[in-house]
Ligand binder design. Structure first.
Ligand code: GAP
Length: 463
């Protein structure tokens, strides 16, 4: 039996394609697994989420600066960070159909808990004990090879002109934060920051994920928004608590996510670099899953890069002359994962009389289109001219869409689906009373507003 949530998720996935939010990659060539493209409304929504994060994490703070480091780095970075030897997931192969699966996911499907961070032998013990419960997602068999660690780093041949590709691969970055650590000294020497301070970065990351599933939740190419806060070792506990609170508040107060749909998950098995780790989980249609990771990474990264590069990345306090290796508090989230959360959270079906409307009840500042402008009728040049004038004026401050296709009811439905908070209609009265009708997405209430008051009206609505 297909459960209600599964239906809802399937519906959201097809909605994302139909309304130009997310497209499967390379569809005309039969697709390309675990990679997605973002359509006209998807990119607007993604940009709006990113801008909100940047405003909250960088521009609103005196102690945080931004960075944009390259996707490619010296392969030595990934050796020093521990990714070449330890960045892996447990994988097993079905002996019948040869499909490869993530063992912690197979166990999870069977209702058995196994942490992805467990050692190979730990996970094999649990896997062996539960072999009769797990099933290959493709053929249903339960005969598997033993679990082996599979490294997730994506190799490339960038700069390799000798063809010795396997001996000296370069990697597409597996996490954006390594670019922050290797630029720690550059930022320190070129700006006015002093510890404690943070560096924020948004950019692509790449992982050879074994199992591609749950749409854009887990993909092989994705974007991370990462934040690293450098502190004195003795302040790490206090700062960790602070950033846990700040990040929770971001989802509740900035993105409007209901607290009942969020929860904390404490990691008992810590990744090789972490001293303490919690995830914020969101209640996706497929259950509570990791949204963001908040980690106390200790002095692991700066120490490793100091050792491997020979550059001393320790910090000398200008007031006390005390020298120490800073500890790092990290908040790391996938931009695509937030986008999925925001769409799942906002996707609503409402009965209006005998009809049903789909409405994306997005927090207004995230809406891909903020204001839609309609002339009541397409074939009345005076109405079209006035509507165009209004559109041209408002589009300099907000993302606007001009729509004269079909009747006004249909235009409302189209805009509701993509979450447009306000629709303006220019009608025959507008030519005399110099006012327009504004319709609110959520309440569907309409009000008349003078055309020359529109900039002020929307400034207040979007403030
Ligand atoms: N620098 C720490 C780090 O990368 P992580 O838990 O591996 O930690 C952090 O990833 C966040 O990045 C996750 O909470 C998730 O939001 C996002 N993320 C990780 N892998 C992803 C993937 N394959 N697809 C989409 N988002 C991913």
């Amino acid at each position: 039996m297909i459960d209600k949530n599964e239906n809802r998720f399937e519906e959201i996935i097809s909605f994302c394609k139909r309304r130009g939010f997310v497209f499967p990659s390379s569809e005309i060539y039969g697709g390309f697994s675990a990679v997605y493209d973002y359509g006209p409304y998807g990119i607007e929504l993604k940009n709006a989420i990113q801008a909100k994060w940047w405003q909250n994490m960088v521009h609103n703070r005196e102690d945080v600066v931004g960075l944009d480091s390259a996707i490619f780095m010296s392969p030595k970075v990934w050796q020093a960070s521990g990714h070449v030897s330890g960045f892996s997931d447990p994988m097993a192969e079905c002996k019948k159909c040869h499909t490869r699966s993530r063992v912690d996911h197979l166990l999870e499907e069977a209702g058995v808990f196994a942490d992805e961070k467990m050692s190979e032998s730990e996970i094999n013990k649990i896997f062996d004990k539960n072999k009769d419960k797990v099933k290959c997602p493709k053929c249903g068999s339960n005969i598997f090879s033993e679990a082996k660690s599979f490294n997730l780093l994506v190799k490339s041949n960038l700069g390799n002109f000798t063809g010795d590709w396997d001996k000296e691969p370069t990697y597409l970055r597996g996490e954006t934060c390594q670019g922050i650590y290797i630029n720690f000294k550059n930022v320190l020497d070129s700006s006015r920051v002093k510890i404690p301070f943070g560096i924020a970065q948004v950019g692509k990351a790449f992982r050879n994920e074994i199992t591609a599933r749950q749409f854009i939740f887990r993909t092989r190419e994705f974007e991370q928004m990462e934040f690293q806060y450098f502190v004195k070792p003795e302040d790490a506990k206090k700062q960790y608590k602070r950033w846990k609170e700040e990040r929770w508040d971001f989802y509740v107060n900035e993105l409007g996510i209901l607290e009942k749909n969020l929860r904390w998950h404490k990691h008992e098995n810590l990744v090789f670099y972490a001293k303490e780790a919690y995830d914020i989980e969101y209640n996706f249609p497929f259950g509570f899953k990791e949204l963001e990771g908040i980690h106390n990474r200790s002095d692991y990264d700066l120490t490793q890069h100091s050792k491997h590069s020979g550059s001393d990345l320790s910090y000398t306090d200008p007031r006390t002359n005390e020298k120490f290796m800073p500890w790092v508090i990290e908040a790391s989230v996938g931009l695509n994962r937030i986008l999925l959360m925001v769409i799942c959270d906002a996707y609503t079906k409402e009965k209006i009389g005998d009809e049903e409307r789909i409405v994306l009840k997005l927090e207004k500042s995230l809406a891909p289109v903020k204001i839609a402008v309609f002339p009541l009728l397409k074939n009345k040049p005076q109405l079209v001219k006035k509507a165009k004038e209004i559109f041209d004026k408002l589009k300099t401050a907000w993302v606007c869409e001009f729509d004269d296709n079909g009747n006004v009811g249909k235009r409302y439905r189209r805009q509701d689906e993509i979450g447009t908070p306000y629709c303006i209609t220019v009608d025959f009265d507008s030519l005399d009373d110099k006012a327009v009708t504004i319709r609110d997405r959520d309440t569907m209430a309409q009000e008349r507003v003078a055309i020359d008051q529109l900039p002020e009206y929307f400034s207040q609505k979007f403030s």
